[in-house]
Design a protein around this ligand. Structure first.
Ligand code: GDP
Length: 522
């Protein structure tokens, strides 16, 4: 019997992996894809990194610095569920990209290095998840190496993140003796992930013989203590973002990864409701709705195309259907939506709420755009962060000013930089959240547009989106401060201030003007 829409939607799990660099995100992604059958050999994700020289030139930056600049999506199926992993750039200079990606997930896996515990970037990413109440599953990685005491790690998560922990499995052994996981709830054990299902045992004593003699008592005692002292897993509390189930393992040595996939299937929520301006949209509604959270250019050097990554919020997307683009009210034919697997993409004939499809286009779609089957609604919440660094772009060849303007507009539409056009007609200002974004801009302008540029310090260092309840108040401010006002890509006004002191001064002088550090796309 054909699957109903509700059934198809309920099998979707869309999540991101958050981690401090080096905790093991890439290795874990590889293993998830491997066990999900999406790739034949572990190492494909890494291999993809190495193949980058065959991709467009600007990715040299990524290669040279060994960081992942590109966000993408990977899909695999396991035990009847469809998993969509949304990858996020590891480097904090691309944080805005990561934050926008997190608006498109329903859950997150937090990977923690068992020796290092909570690191700065884990904390930051966690805070973004908390702002959006995204449920989090914790994976304590690298148990095959010298690690901290598991109770100590749990305490640290509770203290630093103010998050209740519920260990679902307990590690059998440590570092050299680490040999599997013990499920505290149902008394099953799994050695390595080559064991697809766990084996039921009578209690921790039954497994202790897998350990050297001097570690056996400790293991049995720890399991008893974990059962008595730790909270049991409460799914409701997890879904509300108050509690995290914890798993111990080693992505590299294939331990605990199946526990994690099962947890994603059993605990993580199916596609959530999404808030739009006029109403809340439920995932299992008939009609398709989606929003764009990411634009990526030149994924394939053979087709200099631009892919908009759209998260489907409700219904079913069918290849060839027409969608209404909320920002312009125009129709858009979805003739070639794509799915992404480990190393290739494929035409998507149908996709359901929770799925992410790539929509090739030539600049029609922008970050934050809403697509529907006709209904006039706009999804809320894709954030735009005010830049920390503002620069003027200096062209080496002044004859190419027009070309530069077009190129900057395109880069801004992709979310590489933000672009502000001053009201007084002076040259445009680019804004970025992290300095590496400027390097990417420079590299791409040179490689893709033949425009060698340098950057000049502008007299501004702070930028705020401005609005007022009464239009006349805004007009008054804009007229009075014309030299410090610019428009963003959407034509929305921003106030550019020299420093935070003058920002504070002006906002006290003009209390009717709201100055926002974050703009939500609309
Ligand atoms: P990312 O920066 O978070 O993507 O981390 P990677 O997946 O690239 O891993 C960083 C390093 O840790 C690599 O050298 C991995 O081989 C290693 N690594 C990842 N997982 C484990 C593990 O479970 N045990 C050990 N011993 N090393 C691991």
């Amino acid at each position: 019997m054909a699957e109903t829409l509700a059934e198809a939607v309920s099998r979707r799990r869309t999540f991101a992996i958050i981690a401090h660099p080096d905790a093991g995100k890439t290795t874990l992604t590889e293993k998830l894809l491997l066990f999900g059958g999406a790739i034949q050999l572990a190492g494909e994700v890494k291999a993809k990194k190495d193949r980058i020289q065959t991709r467009s030139d600007w990715m040299k930056i990524e290669r040279e610095r060994g960081i992942s600049v590109v966000t993408s999506v990977m899909t695999f199926e396991y035990d009847g569920n469809v998993f969509n992993i949304l990858d996020t750039p590891g480097h904090e200079d691309f944080a805005d990209d990561t934050y926008r990606t997190l608006t498109a997930v329903d859950a997150a896996v937090m990977v923690i290095d068992a020796a290092k515990g909570i690191e700065p970037r884990t904390l930051k990413l966690f805070e973004v998840c908390r702002m959006r109440d995204i449920p989090i599953i914790t994976f304590i990685n690298k148990m095959d190496r010298e690690s901290r005491d598991p109770f100590e790690i749990l305490d640290e998560v509770e203290e630093k993140l103010a998050l209740d922990t519920a260990p679902v499995t307990w590690p059998i052994g440590r570092s050299k003796t680490f040999c599997g996981s013990y499920n505290l709830a149902d008394n099953t054990v799994r050695g390595s992930d080559t064991e697809i299902v766990g084996t039921k045992v009578n209690g921790p004593q039954a497994v202790a013989s897998r350990l050297p003699e001097n570690e056996r008592d400790d293991f049995v005692n720890e399991v008893e203590l974990a059962r008595e002292a730790c909270r049991p897993f409460d799914r409701q509390s997890f879904l509300e973002g108050h509690m995290t189930p914890v798993f111990f393992g080693s992505a590299l040595r294939n331990f605990g990864v199946r526990d994690l996939i099962n947890a994603l299937g059993d605990f993580a929520p199916p596609p959530r409701d999404q808030v739009a301006d006029v109403r809340t949209v439920h995932a299992a509604e008939e009609k398709m709705t989606a929003f764009v959270f990411k634009i990526q250019a030149n994924m394939d050097p053979n087709h200099r195309d631009r892919i908009a990554f759209a998260r489907i919020c409700s219904g079913k997307l069918e290849r060839g259907m027409k969608a209404r683009l909320a920002r312009t009210g125009k129709q858009l034919g979805l003739t070639a939506p794509q799915f992404f697997f480990a190393s290739q993409r494929q035409l998507a004939d149908t996709a359901f709420a929770g799925d992410v499809v790539g929509i090739p286009n030539h600049g029609t779609l922008r970050i934050g755009d809403t697509l529907t089957e006709g209904e006039a609604l706009v999804f809320q919440g894709v954030p735009n962060f005010s830049p920390e660094i503002l620069r003027r772009v200096r062209l080496e060849d002044a004859m190419k000013a027009k070309k530069l303007k077009e190129a900057l507009q395109q880069m801004a539409e992709e979310g590489v930089v933000q672009l502000f056009s001053p009201e007084d007609g002076s040259p445009a200002i680019v804004g970025v959240v992290g300095a590496l974004q400027l390097d990417v801009l420079k590299e791409r302008l040179s490689a893709e547009y033949g425009l060698p540029v340098s950057f000049e310090i502008s007299r501004f260092s702070v930028c705020r989106w401005i609005s007022a309840d009464k239009p006349e108040d805004l007009d008054k401010f804009v007229t009075a401060r014309r030299g410090d006002i610019a428009r963003d890509l959407d034509g929305d006004p921003v106030f550019l201030a020299q420093d935070s002191f003058s920002l504070r001064y002006e906002s006290e002088r003009y209390p009717a003007i709201k100055m926002a550090a974050i703009k939500e796309y609309h």
